[in-house]
Ligand binder design. Structure first.
Ligand code: HEC
Ligand code: HEC
Length: 237
């Protein structure tokens, strides 16, 4: 009841305000008040050169680092477990092709330490793709989503999903930023600016949504007629 009263009072006020406004505009137009432009068209964009001519408008050159691998210095992670940016020159290495991936030549764990390069981490040797099976030559899903089946396999081989390194690890260009980035990372581990924390049990963290057991839709779930979200009719697959 209280809310109803409040709403009606609000409506009355709004109506009064609107009528007031109309009266005001009429008064102004009759007294010929001029509208003064306070924001110039030129000040709206980020561009600081003439908006009406392209002649002097050249964007900042994209300049990647030129220090060769083994002589560059690593770049701080943007946030905890962010893919580190490539700190060294990649001339002649990109694009990565089938049969031509120079990145693995230095970064595979068995060589990396000797090269002074960071080894490709365990996550890149882990298969996160859902289990599948072939039925009569046709791809079929082999997990039951309702049982919360998670399929993660650690592998000897670099996973195909990680083969194209530059899809996630980009070289960094150091241009003049039009707008400064003021983002401040808060790492969850003390050495988060330099290191990944994503290994061991962390790899499966929060994937098992029903810790300790499989998840099934129960009779109770199906009969959730009290739920505001509605009833799970026909939810049992
Ligand atoms: C000649 C060996 C070599 C090759 C080829 C190479 N790297 Fe590197 N990489 C290094 C070394 C060594 C470092 C450590 C920084 C340094 O000493 O320059 C490094 C650092 C990195 C880092 C930063 C790691 C961190 O911990 O911050 C990334 C990411 C990276 N490389 C990705 C790549 C990618 C992607 C390619 C292929 C396009 C590649 N690298 C090719 C040797 C190599
Ligand atoms: C699908 C995205 C993706 C691809 C493709 C990928 N990476 Fe990564 N990489 C990541 C992420 C995310 C991290 C940080 C979390 C982690 O360590 O798993 C990472 C971490 C790394 C690290 C730092 C490991 C550490 O312990 O600090 C190296 C080195 C690296 N990757 C190299 C490579 C190389 C070389 C390739 C290509 C063979 C590659 N990555 C392909 C996403 C990717």
């Amino acid at each position: 009841m209280k809310t109803m009263i409040k709403i009606s009072v609000g409506l009355v006020t709004a109506t009064l305000l609107m009528t007031g406004c109309v009266g005001d505009t009429n008064a102004k137009s009759s007294s010929k008040t001029e509208v003064v432009q306070t924001i110039s068209e030129e000040s709206l964009g980020l561009r600081k050169t003439d908006l009406y001519s392209e002649d002097a408008t050249v964007s900042t050159k994209t300049e990647y680092r030129t220090a060769q691998a083994t002589t560059s210095s690593r770049i701080q992670r943007a946030f905890q477990d962010a893919p580190p940016m490539v700190p060294h020159d990649t001339t002649g290495m990109l694009p990565i092709k089938i049969g031509d991936n120079q990145c693995t030549g230095c970064h595979m764990p068995e060589i990396a330490t000797a090269m002074g390069a960071t080894p490709i981490p365990v996550s890149h040797f882990t298969d996160f793709r859902p289990k599948h099976k072939m039925v009569d030559g046709v791809f079929a899903k082999a997990v039951d989503n309702l049982k919360n089946e998670v399929s993660i396999k650690q592998n000897e081989q670099l996973q195909g999903a990680r083969y194209n390194c530059s899809q996630c690890h980009a070289p960094q260009s150091q241009g003049n930023l039009l707008v400064e980035n003021t983002f401040q990372p808060e790492y969850t581990s003390a050495d988060g600016a330099e290191k990944s924390s994503w290994s061991g049990t962390k790899l499966t963290e929060s994937l098992d949504t029903v810790i300790g057991g499989p998840s099934y839709v129960t009779e109770e779930d199906l009969d959730n007629s009290e739920s505001k979200a509605g009833v799970l009719e026909g939810a049992a697959h």
